[in-house]
Design a protein around this ligand. Structure first.
Ligand SMILES: [Ca+2]
Ligand SMILES: [Ca+2]
Ligand SMILES: [Ca+2]
Length: 279
């Protein structure tokens, strides 16, 4: 029994170590950042995304986006609903391009903007997601090629996707850009953090000299997402800007269970020693 407990505690500690080592991307203060070009927002600052950041603990996944677009979007007469705002965040753990993953309903999606044109009703986290493109009804770009041909290719135009070709391979060159959830399985809600609460969690976009007027930070239960390597993308509804973060979600155990197991191991050890001394 003692041996089994010690082995378990050892294995748990080992996976904790891996969790800390395996985060990809630009790390700062425990967050993984994808910093986007500050000058690739077609239509000006209000349509410019400056960064996407990610942090995982044993209990929560934290996400933050910064840019010029308010959470409730911007009024725009040319959009079917009179408003252009944030699309949904789409997580892809499959290693395939986003169209393939969408066709297979194997994306995860987060609707964080309550007034956008998402295909699902509730704000929250979804698994088994297929995605759809809503730029057409939001006076936007029909494809990545159209966006690039309009002159918006800059350094870091697609965050962690380094080259134009990488972006075309992932999103398709001439296909409509998938930027909101179409269908999915609702897992649960998200909780927004104030800027102060986000700073308390170590969020620090200013380290990368961002100057965007809006930062939207939220968290949700760690158990909603699997472990593994992922690409996460977010576009505005009009596809006037978008970015991609590459990251890794490791299997992180509850710290309380590690402490518990270690204590249990110590107790068993003491008991055994006492028994040995008595005989
Ligand atoms: Ca940008
Ligand atoms: Ca809209
Ligand atoms: Ca961009």
């Amino acid at each position: 029994m003692l041996r089994r407990v010690s082995l378990l505690a050892g294995a748990t500690l080992l996976s904790l170590g891996i969790a800390q080592a395996a985060q990809a991307g630009t790390l700062h203060n425990g967050w993984n950042y994808a910093i986007d070009s500050f000058s690739d927002g077609s239509g000006g600052d209000v349509y410019d995304i400056e960064g996407l950041a990610f942090k995982a603990t044993s209990d929560f996944i934290y996400i933050s986006v910064t840019g010029g677009t308010p959470l409730a979007g911007e009024r725009y007469g040319g959009a079917a609903d009179g408003n252009i705002g944030w699309g949904d965040l789409l997580f892809n753990f499959t290693g395939n391009d986003i169209h393939t993953a969408s066709t297979e309903n194997s994306l995860w999606g987060i609707r964080f903007a309550a007034t956008n044109d998402s295909g699902v009703d509730q704000v929250g986290v979804y698994s088994h997601v297929s995605a759809q493109a809503v730029a057409a009804q939001n006076a936007g770009y029909s494809s990545l090629n159209q966006y690039y041909n309009a002159g918006w290719n800059r350094t870091n135009t697609m965050g962690d996707l380094a080259t134009k070709q990488d972006a075309k391979d992932y999103f398709g060159a001439n296909q409509a850009l998938l930027n909101v959830i179409d269908t999915g399985h609702f897992l649960g809600g998200i909780e927004f953090l104030t800027d102060q609460e986000a700073a308390n969690q170590g969020l620090d976009f200013a380290h990368f000299n961002t100057t965007a007027s809006q930062t939207h930070t939220f968290r949700f239960d760690r158990s909603f997402m699997p472990s593994g390597h992922f690409l996460a993308s977010v576009f505005l509804e009009c596809a006037n800007d978008g970015t991609v973060l590459e990251g890794e979600l490791a299997n992180v155990p509850e710290p309380s269970s590690v402490v518990g197991l270690t204590l249990l191991g110590l107790m068993f050890g003491q008991k055994l020693r006492r028994k040995t001394a008595a005989t």
